[in-house]
Write a protein that binds this ligand. Structure first.
Ligand SMILES: [Zn+2]
Length: 414
């Protein structure tokens, strides 16, 4: 049997008046996800355990089949794993965004989707300027997403670094950022680091050129998402499967690395609406020649929601459905011994431009999967089926190993 997980990052949302009371998934034209719903079974699952931060790190860990409560160690450490950065015992990895701050506000947490080539030059200059003054080494990631490794012993202690509260910059788009600066034991170090990055970036040729051509500059580092090294039981040991991961973002690829999966880099995968869908599908089909499990992640719906754009979010969902889900349904038609799972990792709300917890809709189909009466994929419909998995990671154990679903009745007494 082949197992294919198709993940639309942040697809789930609340009903919106502008969409006539529908959610973006419901308003979007999604014949392929509807087809999975028709062929199989749908429901809700909690990818973000109560009280944990509703991020793609926690959400994707659940969808991969790992209990975030047991395994989660901070997003930056997961991304670091994919970047080939091994963390020593006394090191903590921070995600360091290149952000655009303007007039005291978080103008853009992506610095206008700065290119990796441009970012690399900025990160090089930051390393040169900061390395003597701070116990940090920066590593270039993709676009605005970079990693800083801090020696805990030189910065107080591991506990202090991990316990410091750092706001994810995508949560505060357009807001005054001063109240969201790091709080807690390592505040001094992190705020000094941010401040020291500003003059290095201000007159950098890369930024001057961006401004000249009407693009947003990267004006500051923004550290967050810190964690120590992540250790996962391998997919082979956990599920008896070899598999592959395809994604534009380090975070999802990092989970793949930690789970012992093959991480396939598709050159045109951007994490945005212009991603190379066909390239991702081709790489996925190729991976299925040698693996039994494929996890294909598309970032664009999440990014569109962070921008607060309903049109772009609907468009991103429609492209995910047509250009990713569609081809794998065709694959399944040709290879009947295939199970498909489509789901988001968490809510990304148009109304707040940020993530939220709560049960999100999934749909699965394939041999041995029981059929329900639902034939459309979406939040309201999935809820009406009555399946709610409080332990979201159990869905993958059901999907792969036929473990019975530990159901909570949605409409029963609480
Ligand atoms: Zn997001």
């Amino acid at each position: 049997m082949k197992y294919i997980v198709l993940l639309g990052d942040g697809m789930a949302d609340h009903p919106l008046a502008i969409l006539g009371g529908l959610t973006p998934i419901e308003a979007a034209h999604t014949p392929n996800m509807d087809r999975i719903a028709h062929l199989g079974c749908s429901g809700l699952f909690c990818t973000v355990p109560e009280g944990m931060p509703p991020g793609s790190d926690v959400g994707n860990l659940s969808v991969f089949g790992y209990n975030p409560r047991e395994f989660f160690s901070g997003r930056a450490a997961i991304e670091a794993a994919n970047q080939g950065i091994s963390l020593a015992e006394d090191e903590v990895a921070f995600r360091c965004n290149l952000v655009c701050l303007e007039d005291g506000r978080m103008k853009d947490f992506t610095s206008g989707h700065i290119t990796t080539e441009e970012a690399r030059l900025l990160v090089d200059s930051l390393n040169e300027a900061l390395s003597g003054r701070f116990p940090i080494r920066l590593h270039t990631g993709v676009s605005y997403r970079h990693t800083g490794v801090i020696k805990a012993s030189a910065a107080g202690s591991m506990e202090q670094l991990v316990a410091t509260e750092c706001e994810p910059p995508h949560n505060i788009t357009g807001q005054e950022y001063a109240v969201y600066l790091p709080k807690g034991p390592a505040t001094g170090l992190l705020r000094d680091l941010m401040e020291a990055s500003v003059p290095v970036l201000r007159d950098h040729p890369v930024n001057l050129k961006r401004v000249e051509t009407g693009k947003l500059p990267a004006t500051s580092l923004w550290p967050w998402g810190q964690g120590r090294a992540l250790t996962l039981e391998s997919y082979r040991d956990r599920f008896g499967l070899s598999g592959a991961v395809i994604s534009a973002v380090d975070l999802v690829k990092g989970i793949g690395v930690c789970a012992g999966l093959e991480v396939i880099n598709v050159p045109g995968a951007t994490g945005w609406l212009d991603t190379d869908y066909e390239g991702k599908v081709a790489a996925g089909l190729d991976a299925l020649e040698r693996h039994d499990f494929l996890y294909l992640h598309v970032e664009a719906p999440d990014e569109a929601a962070h921008q607060g754009s309903v049109e772009l979010k609907v468009q991103a969902i429609e492209q995910f459905d047509a250009r990713i889900v569609g081809p794998f349904l065709e694959y399944q038609a040709e290879h009947p011994e295939t199970r498909l799972l489509a789901a988001p990792d968490h809510f990304t709300l148009i109304s707040t431009k940020t993530h939220a917890g709560g049960p999100v809709p999934f749909t699965i189909c394939g041999p041995g999967i029981e059929r329900d009466a639902l034939d459309q994929y979406g939040e309201t419909n999935a809820a009406s089926g009555g399946i709610l998995l409080v332990q979201g990671y159990a869905l993958t154990h059901h999907f792969i190993k036929d473990h019975p679903l530990p159901l909570t009745a949605l409409h029963g007494s609480s």
